[in-house]
Write a protein that binds this ligand. Sequence first.
Ligand SMILES: C[C@H](O)[C@@H](O)CC(=O)C(=O)O
Ligand SMILES: [Mg+2]
Length: 442
Amino acid sequence: MSDFIKSVNVQDIRFPTSLEKDGSDAMNKDPDYSCPYVTITTDSGLQGFGITFTVGRGNNIVCEAIKLLSHLVVGQELSSIFADFASFWRSLTSEDQIRWLGPEKGVMHLAVAAIVNAVWDLWSKIEQKPLWKLLVDMEPEQLVSTIDFRHTTDTLTKEEALEILKEMQAGKNEREQLIKETGYPAYTTSCAWLGYSDDKIERLCKEAQAQGFSRFKMKVGSDLQDDKRRAQILRQTMDPSHLLMVDANQKWEVQEAIDWMRELVHFNITWIEEPTSPDDILGHAEIAKVLKPLGIGVATGEHCQNRIMFKQFLKAGAMQFCQIDSCRLGGVNENLAVILMAKKFDVPVCPHGGGVGLCEYTQHLSIFDYIAVSGSIEKRMLEYTDHLHEHFENPCRIKNGNYVVPDVPGYSIDMKASSLADYEWPTGRVWQALIKEGVYKV
Ligand SMILES: C[C@H](O)[C@@H](O)CC(=O)C(=O)O
Ligand SMILES: [Mg+2]
């Protein structure tokens, strides 16, 4: 039966996370985790939901961008989108009157992600599968038909992508079974946001270990002595076998990053994340070259604008850990392109999860990566941040420091009606109370 998209609705949802310094880092001192929440409704009454992650006031602009793109979506037939998703994707990223704002980057790309993710949610629900399973069960030909390979064919062609997927068909069932039993390895960032006190860091680290976490990430980059003290607290609290990663959120110059990390080397750091500008591929490559002999890799990706940037980071040896982001890139389709490129360069994919809804999303991408593309969890782990999951109908779940494989159909992003009502900016109940108290201004 043919079904057409009838409407695209968007709500401006924000959370006052800055009040407790949740999510704080060297460049984002007071982030309020936010997202446009997209609802796509079809003529037959089906609904798909999608978000993209932003921080605070900027959310409003992305909501407007989503409205601007809506006319490209309303009236489209679902079966036509699913038969040639890459063309639909390109129609959103390449519209003549809008493309100049990007192309394929920034606000417009965040907006594309929210819409595209909602379409994938709808597709998964129609197929009655969680998103990871929809992807895993697709024939390789169908999977590559969802990807726009434009500007990557010098590095990854459709044929090569097909070859990777076909080669990895063997053992898929066994890997699916295994990952359902063990879960997907997670690390936590929530113990050591930059604005947390030393006592809080120690307490949260102990609690996380008691829950089974053995991998931790700490924010760095504002003050070297603070970083050393906080790393010391974590290392004293953690088991010596546990992993420690650090994240500078783009704070440093290239040489400064190298010098700073030399000072932290004895804390046994697995990676330095976003040491400098996310656009500085050669800078990252230089940092990676110097830090490699010290056993420290470079991780980046949460601000990596599109597959073409990832291509260059991978080719230049500028990232040892590939941090795809379910919303910074243009949704599932472009993430698939990067997952396949990372496989070609043998770089582990460790998605970014620090933001509202990102853990709900990225679990699907990592599980798909393991079962159908990389076939490995070596050096791979998925970020977990312990915030705002209570607002989702089917939140991600952690058991013994691993993500539990989701089994509910869809892309896990349906928000509770009560949360939408409470946190819509500025009319929601929680915001009205904070505005009345003078904590926030409209
Ligand atoms: C502003 C966000 O909390 C950011 O600090 C998240 C991040 O860098 C991460 O999770 O990694
Ligand atoms: Mg980060």
